[in-house]
Design a protein around this ligand. Structure first.
Ligand code: COA
Length: 265
């Protein structure tokens, strides 16, 4: 990340576990946390995604540990938390970014397809929060869930992901209330269309890209840094009274829904 937004070492001394931290938006979040001084553990299924991401962080002077685990497995997640504590001595920040998605009409979606996405996005988020609870409450921790904007309206071909992310939003608010008293803040970021991510490349057909861009009020796609900056803020003491927030980062896109009168006509 080239732009310098925050004071140096804002998260120095903190240890963060970032699921989905090998690729996409969450890899950018992991780099930003490391750039702010946190030591990060990158967790996802595939070591071949994690090693290069960890290497980028180390090259920039940060400290990163890759750990292969499937968030759908509570035992895997418990091992990831244990490895974090064994390697870095503690755990302060959890970022739940691991997600799976594909486009599929509801009437063609299999029960297993629906369940697979809910298991990764929602149950995976629960698994990590639950496994990390003991460590997070030790020092006053922070949970950051990566949500979406799909579920705010009815999004065709995205029933499974919308249901999962609606659950992530609910989990965020519930944990904020239940665990706030343990000194753990739980928040979420809901990114809209972010350029150069798998979501845009794989899920959005090329001809629709320009059409979508025109519907984003600020006139551009988001950047990974737009999400990462907010992530650093939410995980820092600057946000010590922010708990249970689901913050949309989409340039105003979801509000510009399909109404009768829209700015672009
Ligand atoms: N359309 C419809 N159903 C699909 C599908 C698609 N494109 N992709 C997967 N499914 C269904 C499968 O058919 C299967 O259901 P079935 O047993 O009834 O046939 C179920 O989902 C599980 O699929 P499988 O491939 O065995 O699961 P997996 O755990 O290996 O991977 C995903 C599931 C969702 C993670 C897979 O789509 C994937 O690897 N995606 C790339 C990573 C990604 O999505 N990143 C996030 C980008 S926003």
């Amino acid at each position: 990340m080239t732009e310098k937004i925050f004071v140096d070492n804002l998260l120095s001394g903190r240890v963060a576990l970032v699921t989905g931290g090998g690729t996409g938006i969450t890899a950018g979040v992991a780099r930003a946390l490391a750039g702010a001084g946190a030591r990060v553990v990158l967790v996802s299924r595939k070591m071949e995604h994690l090693e290069p991401a960890a290497e980028v962080i180390r090259r920039d002077g940060g400290d990163a540990l890759p750990f292969a685990a499937d968030v759908r497995s509570f035992e895997d997640v418990e091992r990831a938390v244990a490895a974090t504590v064994a390697h870095y001595g503690k755990l302060d920040i959890v970022v739940n970014g691991a997600a799976g998605n594909f486009l599929c009409p509801a009437e063609e979606l299999s029960a297993n397809g629906f369940g697979t996405v809910v298991d990764i996005d929602l149950k995976g988020t629960f698994n990590v929060c639950r496994a990390a609870f003991g460590e997070l409450k030790r020092g006053g921790g922070s949970i950051l869930n990566i949500s979406a904007t799909l579920q705010l309206l009815g999004t065709p071909l995205q029933l499974h992901a919308s249901a999962a992310k609606a659950g992530v939003d609910a989990l965020t608010r519930n944990l904020a209330v239940e665990w706030g008293g343990h000194g753990i803040r739980t928040n979420a970021i809901a990114p809209g269309p972010i350029e150069d991510t798998e979501g845009i490349k794989r899920l959005l057909p090329e001809p629709l890209k320009e059409k979508l861009r025109r519907r984003i009020p600020v006139g551009r796609f988001g950047r990974v840094a737009d999400v990462a900056h907010l992530a650093v803020f939410l995980c820092s003491d600057a946000a010590s009274f922010v708990n249970g927030a689901v913050i949309v980062v989409d340039g105003g896109h979801w509000l510009n829904a399909n109404r009768l009168l829209s700015p672009e006509g």
